[in-house]
Design a binder for this molecule. Sequence first.
Ligand code: PLP
Length: 294
Amino acid sequence: MPQRFALIIDPVEASEERADFSGTFTVVDAAAPALSVGELSTQRGDGVFESIGVIDGHAQEVVPHLERLANSARICDLPVPNQEQWRQAVAVAAAECPAGEAVIKLILSRGVEHGPTPTAWVTAAPASDFSNVRANGVKVVTLDRGHPLDVAERAPWLLLGAKTLSYAVNMAALREANRRGADDAVFLSSDGYVLEAPTASLILRFGDRFVTPAPTGGILHGTTQLSVYDYLSGRGFDTGYDRIPASDLPRAEAAWLVSSIRLAVPVTAVDGTSLRVDHGLTTELNGYLLSPRN
Ligand code: PLP
């Protein structure tokens, strides 16, 4: 594989049925300019995206990612993607991925200003090496997200719950975490509940019960968190969604940030208070997340 692979999709209606959508894909040189300067994704971050983990050419959890892309599109009033067309585009990109870990990104943008259609493209590239952080974990600090837990229903125009391209705030939170001597952040609602990390979901362990913040709180429902819950339920653990007060964080027996590419990363400290790391379960979770999953 060259360093990157890129494919432009000519989006069709969600309801259109075709056995073969390859005629709607154009492979482009990933190193060459491909987008118009009028693109609203670059001008305004107006679009939605997904990042899918690929292991030895197998794209993980494609259907949950495509469903979340469609949900994000609905929240943002973008044309809902044709699931089969995008599934075939993912398969083309996955076939270009090298052995080992790679990442496929799906992007659906509002398109060119005053243009008639959205712009859509898929890229594939080798993933970074996260083995160190999976083994050794991250220190996190809590940061105020600036809105209360119930804001998603009251202010749907904030697009909470959609995976939009507007990640400048998330990246700023990571820089703030670094400034405070930590590796990552956990957002808190302004009324003091745990939300998510800037690029990952949070799972906490209390005895044999695992909890994560309910996705109704305006956070992204993580595909990796869902997979981890499947695995933990299969192992006989109790899993659930809760309102988690920030004061519960340092009380957790163990905690993980989980996401599609970095996978399960243990949290070693919250705001300077050390957390116990369950190395055995972390290795088990990452073993599971690295196995082929549909
Ligand atoms: N929350 C946010 C804000 C994210 O950006 C991500 C992943 O990028 C997640 C949660 C985890 O989602 P997933 O497990 O589907 O990668």
